[in-house]
Write a protein of this length. Structure first.
Length: 501
């Protein structure tokens, strides 16, 4: 049976309290009779300027064991510089599509051409559970639409029978053995096959251990369905935090270390004034709010929600690129503005790999956190306080301290409470950075550039200043550059040490 959803009379445009959405003509299935699988096909065309989300209703009768959906869409040629067609997909169950509601059952974006779900199993990225009767909605996300429009086809199959027995999810523990108060290395932005990655959780765990990491955070695009698949990856030597990459049309944000099973909705834009609600959702679930790659150039990737709700910001994402350089400069400008206005609040910086598949390197870069122990709460406390630095690998280590005239001292993310004219000695120790150049940066700019480190990669730099001259000091370690005025790619950088009462 085929249902054509192109007729304008069968569409309804509405606003859900988020981005505009479109409901098109759907399909109905009769109650089970012969218990044979039944298939329906829906076709439609979306014009340029379509709403962010298009919902296709599916009337599901009682007695369904499995829902399976396959989809395809056309990809016509477009002029250079013009976006072509890209269509994402997901599903909401009979509880509805309300923003932040309970109906979410899965999202695969553009990573898959079909999915299924039933009580005992589901396609990665989708939530296993019973297929209850009622109105379900296939969610289409026209990411980009070509000038010719986007013609799509959905094939929906219901299989009848007794539901399988659902297995209770098993989540990773919130602590690993750790080393007590110490530096711990982690990567908080990773993708497995539970969204658009190509690696299994087990493969990511093996790569994390090989990279010298102590913790990772799961961050699948717009789904929490993989949370129960990481328990076997965790161990005494590796803490696994659970989260999500909330992937909106106006930027991406990492939920770092949320409670198991936490889903954070993504169906809104900056103009909808809804982000604060979902930032609070992340925090209520015990997580950190971390805008990701804020100046990335991909469609919908650059951050447009502001930083008022952020606990930290991902300044370095994957191999060092020009958009990371812009993000670093933007973050430093925020530090300068805070110093100029006399504010004590500030946003720490992080770095993560955003690794999806080979040859993406897990742990390039990594955030190195001074924490009380290797636990979810201790790692989050260290990130939130800015007691951290970012390095390209586990070979590189930094220590940045500021010491006053009477021996008082402060480290990363801390404040050395001294009078404005009190002499302060800033000391940076580096290992694992051969031929790299050290720079010390304050609210006045780059105030010290050292000679290249020896081939051993180790060195120490000392610099004397006062709180009147420098409101904060942070360090950068950069690779050699062959020629020209631009600095080399980052090998590491620190959060600041603050000076003054």
């Amino acid at each position: 049976m085929c249902d054509d959803a192109q007729g304008i009379g069968r569409r309804a445009l509405f606003v859900t309290g988020s981005a505009a959405a479109l409901t098109v003509g759907g399909v109905s299935f009769a109650a089970a009779s012969g218990r044979k699988p039944e298939t329906r096909t829906v076709r439609g065309t979306l014009p340029t300027g379509s709403p962010d989300f298009v919902y296709v209703p599916v009337e599901v009768p009682p007695g369904v064991r499995e829902l399976r959906v396959a989809y395809a869409y056309d990809r016509p040629s477009v002029p250079a510089g013009t976006p072509g067609n890209a269509l994402d997909i997901g599903v909401f169950d009979e509880r509805g599509t309300e923003l932040g509601g309970e109906g979410f059952r899965g999202w695969s974006g553009g990573a898959r051409t079909e999915f299924f779900l039933r009580a005992d199993e589901a396609t990665p990225g989708y939530v296993a559970g019973p297929v209850r009767p009622g109105t379900w909605h296939i969610a289409l996300g026209p990411y980009t639409v070509a000038p010719q429009g986007l013609a799509y086809e959905l094939t929906i199959t219901l299989t009848y029978g007794e539901p399988g027995e659902a297995a209770a999810p098993v989540y990773p523990p919130e602590r690993a053995r750790g080393r007590g108060r110490a530096w711990y290395r982690g990567d908080c932005h990773l993708h497995s096959w539970y969204s658009d990655g190509r690696r299994t959780p087990a493969e990511i765990g093996a790569l994390a251990r090989a990279a010298g990491l102590d913790f990772v955070n799961t961050s699948e695009h717009n789904t929490h369905a993989g949370h129960g698949r990481w328990a076997d990856v965790a161990g005494d030597d590796l803490l696994v935090l659970l989260g999500e990459e909330v992937t909106t049309r106006n930027g991406h944000v990492l939920a770092v270390g949320t409670d198991p099973g936490t889903f954070v909705d993504w169906r809104y834009r900056a103009r909808d004034n809804r982000f604060g609600r979902f930032a609070r959702r992340i925090r209520r679930a015990g997580g950190l709010v971390v805008p990701a790659h804020p100046h990335a150039t991909c469609v919908g990737c650059s951050w447009k929600f502001g930083f008022g709700d952020a606990d930290a910001v991902e300044v370095w994402n994957g191999p060092w690129t020009p958009d990371d350089e812009v993000a670093l400069a933007d973050w430093d400008a925020m530090l300068v503005a805070g110093a100029r206005e006399g504010r004590r609040d500030w946003i720490p910086a992080m770095g993560s790999s955003d690794a999806h598949r080979d040859p993406d390197v897990v742990g390039l870069p990594q955030t190195v956190v001074w924490a009380e122990d290797l636990t979810r709460r201790a790692i989050q406390d260290g990130i939130r306080a800015g007691r951290s630095y970012v390095a390209e690998s586990a070979r590189l280590s930094l220590t940045l301290t500021a010491t006053g005239a009477w021996g008082e001292h402060a480290g990363l993310g801390e404040r050395l409470a001294v009078a404005p004219d009190t002499p302060v000695t800033v000391r940076l120790e580096v290992t694992g950075a051969p031929r790299c150049t050290v720079r010390l940066i304050t609210d006045q700019g780059v105030l010290l550039t050292g000679d290249p480190l020896p081939v051993t990669g180790s060195g120490t730099v000392e610099w004397r200043t006062t709180a009147a001259y420098a409101a904060y000091v942070r360090a950068e370690v950069r690779h050699e550059v062959a020629a020209g005025p631009l600095p080399g790619a980052l090998a590491a950088f620190t959060n600041p040490v603050f000076l003054g009462r």
